[in-house]
Design a protein around this ligand. Structure first.
Ligand code: FMN
Length: 233
């Protein structure tokens, strides 16, 4: 059991000096001074390579579409590492791998691939990188409550924030950046809705958010915070 957990840990985490719970020198079953189990939810690491996502099977698409709905009553139960991995892949992961032309589960205007997904966990905010299927640290701390103005954000498993990264939209005029940035974020959101429907999870896309506050804690340089979307049980 201990061996199993250690190898799962090795797959899930790429550690750095900032890591608070992934130090392989520590007992595998403990990850912090508070004796938390080491999961994406509880760790702070510079970079986390996600477990390989499930990319086949699951609920039939017709059934998922029939079940798609908004829920605002999260239980505060954590999501597993595998669920977070699957969620991010479904949102906007690479579904057609290629060294020079990787394509994503969500379409984007002119294939700009400009929607950055930030992941607020109980411990940190990460940026998702579809290529490499990994997370990189943006800031330490629990920012779920600041990811939206409704009270239920604080109680989610993870809160996703969709940002149109204008550095990736250089060929677009101002209207194009605004229009396609918002449009492309909506596809990611619907992917998340369908994932949640298929996995019996709850989600609510939210426009009622403090974009200035979010821009500050994600250190946004050139882009627009479109929507946030808490996901939980
Ligand atoms: C762009 C957009 C923004 C939304 N913003 C919020 C929000 O800030 N807070 C909220 O509780 N629901 C929000 N919703 C969810 C809608 O209220 C919900 O989709 C609608 O009531 C229909 O319910 P359904 O998704 O279950 O079909 C938003 C939905 C969309 C599409």
């Amino acid at each position: 059991m201990k061996k199993l957990f250690t190898s799962a840990l090795a797959v899930a985490c790429v550690f750095s000096s900032l890591t608070s719970c992934g130090n392989t020198e520590k007992p595998a079953s403990k990850c912090t001074a508070e004796n938390q189990i080491c999961t994406i939810d509880t760790m702070v690491a510079e970079s986390i390579v996600l477990p390989a996502a499930q990319t086949t099977g699951g609920m039939p698409i017709y059934d998922a579409m029939s079940a798609r709905a908004t829920y605002r009553n999260f239980s505060s139960d954590a999501l597993s590492d595998q669920t977070i991995s699957n969620l991010l892949w479904m949102a906007t992961g690479v579904n057609r791998a290629s060294a020079d032309d990787p394509r994503l589960t969500a379409p984007t205007a002119r294939n700009a691939q400009e929607i950055d997904v930030y992941v607020c966990t109980k411990s940190a905010v990460y940026l998702y990188h579809p290529v490499g299927h990994k997370l990189t640290l943006v800031t330490k701390g629990d920012y779920r409550a600041k990811a939206g103005n409704n009270p239920f954000h604080a109680n989610s498993g993870v809160d996703l924030i969709f940002v149109a990264n204008y550095d990736k939209m250089e060929g677009f005029d101002e209207h194009g950046k605004s229009f396609y940035g918002a449009t492309d974020a909506a596809y990611v959101s619907q992917n998340v809705y369908l994932f949640c429907a298929a996995e019996n999870l709850k989600t609510c896309v939210c426009g009622n958010i403090d974009r200035e506050e979010i821009a500050k804690f994600i250190h946004l340089k050139n882009g627009y915070v479109t929507l946030s979307q808490p996901v939980g049980k």
